[in-house]
Design a binder for this molecule. Structure first.
Ligand code: CA
Length: 469
């Protein structure tokens, strides 16, 4: 009898725990890992999934082919800093005065992402994620604005808008030795609060750190912000990568190709790591560039888009953009309606069960990708360059752009913005949207790269007594 009672007890216990597990599984799917791979100044046409032929990018293409390719993926600004501020907050950066590309000013607590803003990393960390930023920061060099104070548990990289790629060119011990804006490109790298020496080509070093971070964090959800500075200038590549492009005769294009190829190798190492650890299925990977290619500077190619980095034409803001999440999104999807980098925060917050503090401008795009929601994700998207009085607004097929004059294009029919339309009613309706949007924005709260000389005049002690860091 005792045996039977004991047996029934065990059966009941087993059934109960089984139900409990089933309940947990159905009610709460495990939160996904999140990886954002951000390239720097990569041309729209310079990935295989957008038709590039002279630079193979098989690994970056895996993200698009095994997930979604966005044919109308945008960023929120035409150059590095403000675009990153939009991405990491999920908000138009002009809402909080990040309308200029920041200077490198380690003593200035106003130069960068205001502390009133919450980063994606902070929101995810509060939701239980382990967080790491790797590579280019560019959101403030003052102590209060650095990654470890903005939601990241770990940081490996540099604080500036760009960096030298060869270890032997990293000749400055720390920021106390920096005496001009571009000196900072030569500092040794930071690992959390410590300056470290690297032995590898910078892109390879960043890739190695990304792999190590993932390997260390298989037991909990993680967020990795992998912000390569490649293929931003200076144009520097090792023979290992240059030798792959001996058939490219243009020297600039050849070095650029080598830099993109190194980045692609790094993406491959990271994706392979996810697979070997068996966590690829529930890891969301985004890939995009922070702005369009500066074709004259780094040899990039934005075809078929008009113009490039710095411009309000699509070449400045319409970027290579892909996402992969095998558990939820079927492979081989092409999504054609306009989306923007601001959508990344809103999308991952939903599945990470994070609670952003501020209202986001981005939206969760997954229901659109799965066909559960139809129509346009955004009524409109808007951009402005405060100092230059330039702006653009896109709503559905149409875009109004001002690079000196108001011009109207139908991007679905004319992606290269060649044939300006004369539809006054359409123009006025887009201008009205732009004006309503602009009223919600504020003026820049710090001087930027184009005001470097003015900043130096106003702050003659800019480089004096900078704390070693
Ligand atoms: Ca950039």
């Amino acid at each position: 009898m005792k045996k039977i009672v004991f047996y029934l007890f065990i059966v009941t216990l087993t059934l109960f725990s089984g139900c409990k597990n089933a309940f947990i599984t159905s009610k709460k799917a495990a939160p996904p890992n999140i990886i954002i791979i951000l390239a720097d100044d990569l041309g729209f046409h310079d990935v295989g999934f957008n038709g590039c032929e002279d630079i193979p990018t098989p690994n970056i293409d895996r993200i698009a082919n095994e997930g979604v390719k966005f044919t109308n993926g945008y960023v929120s600004y035409t150059v590095c800093g403000p675009s990153r501020a939009g991405l990491i907050t999920g908000r138009y950066q002009d809402r909080f005065g990040f309308g200029r590309n920041p200077l490198f000013t380690p003593k200035d607590p106003q130069m960068g992402l205001p502390l009133s803003e919450e980063t994606m990393a902070t929101a995810l960390k509060k939701a239980g994620y382990r967080t790491m930023a790797i590579g280019k920061w560019h959101l403030g060099a003052h102590e209060s604005l650095r990654p470890l104070n903005r939601g990241f548990d770990e940081f490996f990289g540099f604080l500036t808008g760009g960096h030298q790629y060869f270890p032997e060119l990293l000749t400055l011990k720390d920021i106390s030795e920096v005496k001009s804006q571009f000196d900072a490109y030569k500092t040794r790298l930071l690992h959390n609060n410590t300056r470290v020496e690297i032995k590898e080509y910078l892109t390879d070093a960043l890739s190695a750190e990304a792999v190590h971070f993932v390997e260390r964090n298989t037991d909990r959800p993680f967020f990795l912000y992998l912000a390569y500075n490649a293929p931003h200038t200076p144009l520097q590549a090792t023979e290992k990568y240059l030798s792959r492009f001996s058939d490219i005769k243009n020297k600039k294009r050849r070095t650029y190709a080598a830099m993109v190829s190194a980045l692609d190798d790094g993406v491959g190492r990271l994706l392979d790591t996810l697979e070997s650890l068996k966590i690829a299925d529930n890891t969301i990977v985004f890939f995009l560039s922070d702005n369009g290619g500066p074709t004259n500077k780094n040899g990039s190619n934005n075809d078929p888009l008009r113009a490039g980095k710095g411009s309000m034409y699509d070449g400045g803001i319409h970027v290579p953009f892909a996402m992969r999440w095998p558990r939820v999104i079927p492979a081989g999807k092409v999504y054609e309606k306009p989306v923007i980098s601001l959508d990344i925060f809103a999308t991952v917050a939903k599945y990470a069960r994070a609670k952003p503090t501020h209202p986001l401008d981005g939206i969760n795009i997954v229901p659109y990708l799965l066909g559960k929601k139809k129509g346009q994700p955004h009524d409109f998207l808007a951009w402005r360059k405060f100092d230059q009085h330039r702006y653009a607004v896109r709503s559905g097929d149409f875009k109004l752009v001002n690079e000196g004059n108001d011009e109207l294009y139908n991007l679905t029919k004319d992606i290269g913005e060649r044939n300006a339309l004369t539809d006054q009613t359409k123009m006025e309706s887009l201008l009205k949207l732009k004006d309503q949007w602009t009223k919600q924005m504020i003026d820049p709260v710090f001087l930027g790269l184009v005001q470097n000389a003015l900043y130096n005049k106003l702050h003659p002690d800019r480089w004096e007594n900078v704390e070693p860091y």
